[in-house]
Design a protein around this ligand. Structure first.
Ligand code: AMP
Ligand code: MG
Length: 194
């Protein structure tokens, strides 16, 4: 069993890379399962009678988000089987009270990842994707703000790496190159499973 945490700023193309990764890994006979942390949080909230759009979760009280975050981490850890589990999530979440960690210590210890992945893309591409993603209520952002967010993600990745002992892999997802990003990621994962 191997858990890989994959993070990236909203609009970086994380979900697209992970869709491609599923295809690449199946083709190579090493299937992975991908779980989206936000989806699990939505399901938990739904069971509590709070049916929220995924882009409304970060606007709730941080105390509530913490509770649901912890529960989601527990649910995901219970789901782990014998294969490779990819957790699609965020290094931080922009709440009304500031930048809040997606992977605090209690979450990391439940997930116990073997690898931490940061998907990055050029700031102007992230800005464009946020602006054109009509299916989501993404926060818009300037290039300067996105650069600060990319930096903050790296700082948090360093902290997560020290806490877990897991390496951090930074994968570039430039426009039209999600397949290459997925192949790079698959290369590392297959090395880890040996
Ligand atoms: P996504 O579809 O990946 O953008 O995730 C949807 C929402 O789920 C995010 O905007 C957050 O509110 C929430 N979320 C995802 N991962 C985490 C996490 N690790 N901790 C707390 N909230 C999270
Ligand atoms: Mg996504």
């Amino acid at each position: 069993m191997l858990t890989v945490i994959v993070t990236g700023l909203p609009g970086v193309g994380k979900t697209t890379v992970l869709e491609a990764l599923k295809g690449v890994s199946e083709k190579n006979g090493v299937p992975v399962s991908v779980v989206n942390f936000g989806t699990i949080m939505s399901e938990i909230l739904g069971r509590r009678g709070m049916a929220l759009d995924r882009d409304e979760i970060r606007r709730q009280d941080v105390a509530l988000q913490r509770k649901i975050q912890e529960e989601a981490a527990r649910e995901i850890s219970e789901r782990r089987g014998s294969g490779i589990l990819i957790v699609d999530t965020h290094m931080f979440v922009k709440t009304d009270c500031g930048l809040w960690p997606g992977l605090p210590m209690n979450v990391l210890s439940k997930l116990s990842p073997s690898l931490l992945v940061l998907i990055e893309a050029p700031p102007e591409e992230i800005a464009n994707r946020r602006a054109s993603d009509k299916g989501r209520r993404r926060d818009e952002a300037s290039r300067a703000l996105i650069e600060r967010e990319l930096n903050w993600s790296r700082f948090l990745a360093a902290a997560c790496s020290v806490i877990t002992g897991a390496p951090v892999k930074i994968v570039n997802n430039e426009a039209g190159r999600h397949l290459e990003a997925a192949e790079e990621l698959f290369g590392i994962i297959s090395k880890m499973v040996g």
